[in-house]
Design a protein around this ligand. Structure first.
Ligand code: PEP
Length: 253
């Protein structure tokens, strides 16, 4: 039985004061939720604050990105080891903003995945097509190609640890959500791909979360689909009431 994961990606939105208020309100949301894991991804400069507030709670936290090298002269970068220093357990990798705004390639993302796993971090690996790619009928080719680059050749102990996030680029921060059926179709293809390239047990246990304008109003429909195991939430994770409603939708699914 897969446990839902509801993960909040705060991007570069919060001030320290806002981050503190959000963090303090979070543990309350997890009462009686044995079927849900919750994770938050604040800007890295607030990881110390996060550790101090969430330490000892059931909530997970991590970074929104890491460097592709473990250490060295890389001004402005943050290493996997630094995330671990603040008890992070997860890291978001391959987010569409990293791919499309910062030009990260499949190869670079794979280096980061290897580093994260080597250090003991769980990567949430994001894959997803642009609107142009969807309209050209290439959704599956793009998503499975990104998956192949991310996972091929990884040892199975590592593959068992990853979480996958299907995030259609056209739905991120736009208010346009994939319909539950559109999302389910892609999640099913991803699970089939895992079964074909690894095995059925791994496919059945792999958590595949959906991201792209998840809000309280659409969470229930998405989370009711058999292959959707949670949500990677951007905008709505910054409003404690909305994030809490999404967690509630998972609890009830
Ligand atoms: C995201 O940041 O991964 C995301 C899905 O953002 P939003 O929920 O705002 O679309």
């Amino acid at each position: 039985m897969r446990k839902f994961l509801i993960a909040g990606n705060w991007k570069m939105h919060t001030t320290a004061i806002e981050a503190e208020a959000l963090l303090k309100a979070l543990p309350e949301q997890l009462q009686d939720a044995p079927n849900v894991d919750v994770a938050v991804f604040p800007p890295s400069v607030y990881l110390d604050l996060t550790k101090r507030i969430l330490g000892g709670s059931k909530i997970f936290w991590g970074g929104q990105n890491i460097a592709s090298e473990p250490k060295g002269a890389f001004t402005g970068e943050i290493s996997s080891i630094m995330l671990l220093d603040f008890d992070s357990t997860m890291v978001i990798l391959g987010h569409s903003e990293r791919r499309h705004v910062f030009g990260e390639s499949d190869e670079l993302i794979r280096k980061k995945i290897d580093l994260a796993l080597d250090g003991g971090l769980i990567p949430i690996i994001c894959v997803g097509e642009t609107l142009e790619q969807r309209e050209a009928g290439n959704t599956e080719t793009v998503v499975l190609g990104q998956l192949q680059a991310a996972l091929t050749g990884l040892n199975t102990d590592f593959v068992n640890k990853v979480v996958l996030a299907y995030e259609p680029v056209w739905a991120i921060g736009t208010g346009k959500t994939a319909t539950p059926e559109q999302a389910q179709d892609v999640h099913r293809s991803i699970r089939n791909w895992i079964e074909k390239h690894f095995d059925k047990h791994m496919a059945d246990s792999m958590r595949i979360v959906y991201g792209g304008s998840v809000k309280p109003a659409n969470a229930k429909g998405l989370l009711s689909k058999p292959d959707i195991d949670g949500a990677l939430v951007g905008g709505a994770s910054l409003k404690i009431n909305d994030f809490s409603e999404i967690i509630k939708a998972a609890k009830a699914s």
